[in-house]
Design a protein around this ligand. Structure first.
Ligand code: SF4
Length: 291
């Protein structure tokens, strides 16, 4: 059972990132009840039992505002050409935990700030968010994987079809939308399933929106302690997909945590094959980064 705790966070650091965004904000919420908490979610490596609702939103926003005041003019990069980008949902799912904090206040700050844009990845379609028009200053990254493994690895999240259909809807409503292919998991017939996913995207996304949509692509990482907990809790089907020691190796993540990833030479081959397929079906979809 996950426990909800409301408190004021003292952790008010802004971390440089350079991948999903230029920076990661202090957590508005730290923890998540998402369907992937018992499979691959990296947040669960450090915080499995509790969802901390950080009530001092004004203090967090002030921290971001001060940080922005120290930055020079935005230098165009893969995160954005015009705005400094901040990931506001690195340790939770904003759409899922919509009711647990005043996200409208956070969205409003970014909407009205002349130099900043917020972004977060999500596995949930939350139509309540459509009541707010962020004027393209909030970027949603819909997380995507083949439906057949989403059912095993992300039970009770929005279906992949619903996420795909939401892309047009959210762009219409004023959100910027990118694709978050994460985690990319290799298994027998994975590329056949990805071909189906890519075709669904190509068929469903409105042609006029295609030039606006970019993608980030992140291959699976896992963690030994997390694997052991998942097995103890009986999640063998999902572990059969993501625990593959014969093709995985240890790595130290960007922020110092221990993780397992596909072995370098194997991943290089996976990337080459996945990219070739992607380019053959979604040539309009610019990839911001893949690793
Ligand atoms: S939705 Fe995201 S943060 Fe929540 S459990 Fe899944 S991967 Fe983790």
């Amino acid at each position: 059972m996950v426990q909800l705790i409301s408190h004021a966070t003292k952790t008010l650091h802004i971390r440089p990132n350079g991948r999903s965004a230029d920076y990661i904000t202090p957590n508005f919420i730290y923890g998540c009840a998402g369907g992937c908490r018992n499979t691959y979610c990296y947040v669960m490596r450090n915080n499995y039992k509790t969802i901390y609702i950080n009530e001092n939103i004004d203090e967090i926003i002030k921290t971001i505002e001060i940080h922005l005041s120290t930055l020079s003019d935005k230098i165009p990069n893969q995160t954005d050409d015009k705005y400094w980008t901040y990931d506001i949902g690195c340790s939770t799912d904003v759409s899922l935990h919509w009711k647990h904090t005043n996200w409208i206040k956070v969205f409003d700050f970014f909407k009205s700030h002349p130099r900043a844009k917020a972004t977060f990845a999500t596995k949930y379609v939350n139509n309540k968010m459509l009541e707010f028009n962020p004027d393209n200053k909030i970027r949603l990254r819909f997380s995507l994987m083949p439906q057949s493994i989403s059912e095993i690895l992300e039970p009770k999240t929005s279906s992949i079809q619903d996420r795909i259909e939401a892309i047009n809807t959210f762009i219409n409503a004023g959100y910027e939308v990118h694709l978050n292919f994460s985690p990319i998991v290799a298994y027998p017939k994975w590329l056949e399933d990805y071909a189906v996913l890519f075709k669904e995207l190509n068929n469903n996304i409105d042609n006029k929106y295609k030039p606006l949509i970019k993608a980030e692509c992140i291959f699976l990482t896992h963690n030994t302690a997390q694997h052991e907990r998942n097995i103890l809790n009986g999640y063998t089907n999902s572990e059969n997909l993501i625990w593959k020691p014969e093709v995985q190796e240890d790595k130290v993540s960007e922020y110092g945590g221990k993780a397992l990833r596909y072995k370098g030479y194997i991943k290089k081959d996976f990337i080459r094959r996945w990219l070739a397929l992607h380019q053959s079906i979604l040539p309009w979809n610019n990839i911001r980064y893949i690793f």
